[in-house]
Every structure is written in C-alpha cells, then in structure tokens.
Design a binder for this molecule. Structure first.
Ligand code: GUN
Length: 284
C-alpha cells in the first residue's frame, strides 16, 4: 500500500513556521496584512475565502475581507484594488477567482501591484516563474513541490506528467517541476491517448477539475500521484480528480482529498504574504 502524503500536517508545520517568523517581524514593528476580495456569492469561493481568513488569524496576520455583491462594476473593483495597493497595512492582495462575467479577469490581475501579488498571477510574476527567478511562489504548485520535498521525492530525471494546463495550476506546476530537472509533459483535453501519456508518469499531477477522472488503468505501478482536484462526486461528497480507492493500491505515494494539496495552497499563501511584508519593509 502507498504512503499517504499528509498535507494537513505538513501545512500546519509550515503555518507554525510562518507564525514564528511573524512574531519576529512584529518585534520590529511590522505586521503582515492580507486583503482578500470576493465578488459575488459562489459557495466554493466563500469556503476558500473563509479558510484564508482563518489561516491569517493562525499566522498572526492583519487581514481584511472585502465581500462585494455580484453587481459590483469593474470600475468599483479596480478602485478598491487601487486603494489597497496604496494602503501600508496591506502586504498582499488576493482577489478570489473566478469573478463575475461582466468583469475582465485580466484587468483585475494587472491592477494588483506585483509587489503585493501573493497569488503570483500578474504577468511580471508569471514571467519570473518561467525564468526561475521566482519572487512569489504560485501557491498550489509550490505547495505540491513542498509536499514532494517533505516526502523525499526528487523530480530530477523523472518523467513528470501534469494533466491540466490552467494558468493557476497546470502551467506553473510544469515550470516548477522543470526547474527541478523533471522531464515534463503537459496533457489536456485535446491530448490524443491520454492514458498512454499518464502511464509513463513517475510523478503524475492531476489538475483537471473532473471528479475521479484518473482511473487505475491510467497509472503506472509505483507512481507518485498528486491530486489537485477539489470536486464533488455523484453523491455531492468532496473528492479529487483521482479515483483514489482504485488508484491508491498501485502508487508509492498519493495525496488524499481532502487533506492533501488543499491545505498546502493556503499555507503557501501565508508564506507569500509574510515575504511581501518583508520585501515592503526592506527586510528581505
Ligand atoms: N480560485 C481558485 N484558486 C485560486 C487561487 O489560488 N487564488 C485565487 N485568487 N483564486 C482562486
């Protein structure tokens, strides 16, 4: 049976380390602050935002939640971001995506000061992820890398297959694995013979957004399987992109859902907010 990668415990340790560093920073008169913006009433986003606020409290941060109605105009949202960019209490700004359809997501991403862009979505930070000169780590992919490191899994020379090509997960995940000398393949909905690709993987990262999409026949014996999915199964129960019960027996390591990658995303966001505070006060 595989080793189950415990994201909950790993994230807790990371948050404790952030709290410790925050206490040292506070002794120098600096308090990290995160502003979280939520537009509309998407239930999943509401849960994510609540968890982010709770993590801020655990890490000793100042935090502000801006819950705006779905009718908020693009102009109003951009004005809020402008105000937060200039607010010294705010080290990091995060606008929960997706935003309602009448707001241009790209404009929102561009409006956030790259020095406060703790999601690493601004093209300036995306470019730095591409070259390897990383300022802010992309939260979910970097959380995955921390899990691999924690469990002694080295991507160097390994065949890494990332399923999913989103800007938030798939593309930056591929870059981080590449920087660590993995041989990386990115697969997506137009890939011809996906199972043939995924069966090659020593490290398989599933970031598709479809419940239990990765089945046992798609996984090589002894593979490391990382499940980034946060889906609902046919009974409305939280599950991942991997058919865990059938895939797990074939793996050397696997992440569960919940309790795998999810907590790492938030812990990495806390790490980024701490870094933003340090940078803005010339302490890093
Ligand atoms: N929506 C889904 N994942 C994320 C994330 O990591 N950050 C933000 N801002 N929105 C998201």
């Amino acid at each position: 049976m595989p080793t189950i990668i415990d994201g909950k415990t790993t994230a807790k340790k990371l948050r404790e380390s952030v709290l410790h560093q925050t206490e040292q920073l506070k002794a120098q008169g600096v308090v990290p602050g995160l502003a979280v913006i939520l537009v509309g009433d998407d239930p999943a986003s509401q849960i994510y935002v609540r968890n982010k606020e709770k993590a801020c409290a655990d890490c000793g941060f100042y935090s502000e939640k801006h819950a705006l109605p779905a009718s908020t105009t693009e102009e109003e949202l951009l004005a809020l971001i402008d105000r937060l960019n200039r607010d010294d209490r705010i080290s990091g700004i995060l606008c929960q995506l997706p935003v309602p359809g009448h707001i241009d997501e790209q404009k929102v991403i561009l409006a956030i000061d790259p020095k406060k862009d703790v999601d690493a979505f601004h093209p300036q930070n995306v470019g730095r992820i591409m070259t390897g000169d990383i300022l802010f780590a992309p939260c979910t992919p970097a959380g995955v890398m921390t899990l691999l490191d924690t469990y002694g899994i080295d991507p160097k020379g390994k065949k890494c297959v990332v399923v999913g090509r989103s800007n938030i997960v798939g593309k930056p995940q591929a870059m981080l694995l590449l920087h660590r000398h993995g041989t990386v393949t990115i697969c997506h909905s137009r890939t011809v013979d996906l199972p043939a690709e995924t069966r090659q993987a020593d490290i398989l990262v599933a970031a598709i957004g479809k419940p239990k999409f990765i089945t046992a026949d798609m996984v090589k014996e002894g593979a490391v399987v990382i499940d980034v999915g946060m889906d609902r199964d046919e009974n409305g129960k939280l599950c991942g992109d991997v058919d865990y019960d059938n895939v797990a027996p074939k793996c050397s390591f696997i992440t569960p859902v919940p309790g795998g990658v999810g907590p790492m995303t938030i812990a990495t966001l806390m790490q980024n907010t701490l870094l933003a505070a340090k940078l803005q006060h010339g302490l890093q």
